[in-house]
Write a protein that binds this ligand. Structure first.
Ligand code: KG4
Ligand code: ZN
Length: 326
């Protein structure tokens, strides 16, 4: 029996999860800090690390209690060590190091982006290689070809804003509440995408750019072209999803992948999820919304592959705020 306890604290969610045999989720606890940061309209790093400090222990205890196993039953302790906010990452990494050392269990350091990808291994069927993953989060927008476990080729990514960042900025411009992504999605449901906003196709590359779109929406609000936030949200969401979907499908065909995987907070967006369903001939994996946004279950799923290869960290594991996937 393999039991991995994973801890995630890279941004504004303190999370812990226990995964059995790489597949069966025994617990998945997420303590969100939305109420703290919404006053400021964005994540305040200092406030985030303080909140992690307060919640990390109860969150771990709750995850273990819900899993119904003892600490000694654990096969390993896994933790996100980057990318993310340094002060936030430190809380999780120190908790994991202390636990692993105290229990005499292996420690596994996980890249947060790799974690997002591995949400797709928590579904009923496993993805087939080669797979293409569209990673769309608050800090990242990447198209990654996955040839095997841990074998990545980055085909392209954003040249400026990440998709989630664009959602958050557009939401602010439209006067919608924090957090931006879910607000845009909700507003768009009652709006019409009548405004044709620019799409940066960046032809013959798998790169993305969302800064022009952001400027266009600012201008449209200033010029009075957007009469209500709902229509603005619908137009913006359509422009982002259009580019993400078409470029991903193009890469999927070119690289003859067996599956497309969606990952990251923006993959929670229903317009994006449904857009793929309607247009793709390749099977698209869409993790449940709870596994798209930050959690520790996907960190445990990524850690399981490292456990099998005995890729363990030692007590010198440090946070790496700018950690890259490739
Ligand atoms: O992956 P994630 O939870 O954290 C990072 O690793 O960044 O992604 C957070 C991002 C935020 O920008 C948030 O606005 C966006 O994902 N997001 C969404 C939705 N839910 C979260 N964007 C669009 N539609 C959503 N439903
Ligand atoms: Zn994330």
């Amino acid at each position: 029996m393999n039991y991995i306890l994973a801890i995630e604290s890279s941004c504004d969610e303190t999370a812990a999860a226990v995964l059995k045999d790489g597949k069966e989720l025994l617990s998945n606890i997420v303590a969100t800090q939305i109420d703290i940061h919404k006053t400021y309209g964005g994540v305040v790093p200092e406030a985030a690390s303080r909140a992690h400090l307060l919640s990390v222990r109860p969150v771990i205890e709750q995850a273990m209690q819900q899993a119904g196993i003892n600490y000694q039953d654990l096969s390993a302790v896994a933790v996100t060590y980057g990318p993310g906010l340094a002060g936030s990452l430190l809380v999780g990494v120190n908790a994991a190091k202390g636990l692993a050392a105290g229990l005499g269990k292996p420690l596994i350091g996980v890249n947060h982006i790799e974690g997002h990808i591995y949400a797709n291994w928590l579904l009923e069927t496993e993805p087939l290689f080669p797979a293409l993953c569209l990673i769309v989060s608050g800090g990242h927008t990447d198209l990654v070809l996955i040839k095997d476990h841990g074998l990545y080729q980055r085909l392209g990514g954003t040249l400026d804003d990440a998709a989630g960042e664009a959602f958050d900025k557009a939401s602010r411009v439209l006067g919608l509440p924090y957090p931006g992504g879910p607000s845009i999605e909700k507003a768009a449901q009652n709006g019409k995408a009548f405004l044709k906003l620019p799409r940066a196709w960046l032809k013959n590359t798998y790169n993305f750019s969302f800064s022009g779109l952001k400027s266009a929406i600012v201008r449209a609000v200033q010029d009075g072209d957007i009469v209500n936030a709902q229509d603005g949200a619908a137009s913006f969401q359509e422009a982002v999803c259009d580019v993400l979907i078409k470029k991903t499908l193009d890469a999927a065909q070119r690289y003859q992948v067996k599956n497309i995987l969606l990952a990251g907070g923006v993959a929670a967006n229903k317009a994006l999820r449904h857009g793929f369903t309607n247009q793709s001939s390749v099977v698209v994996f869409r993790p449940p919304i709870k596994l798209c946004t930050d959690n520790a279950a996907f960190i445990a799923a990524a850690a399981y592959q490292k456990y099998l290869k005995e890729q363990f960290a030692d007590n010198s594991l440090d946070v790496c705020p700018n950690l890259k996937l490739i």
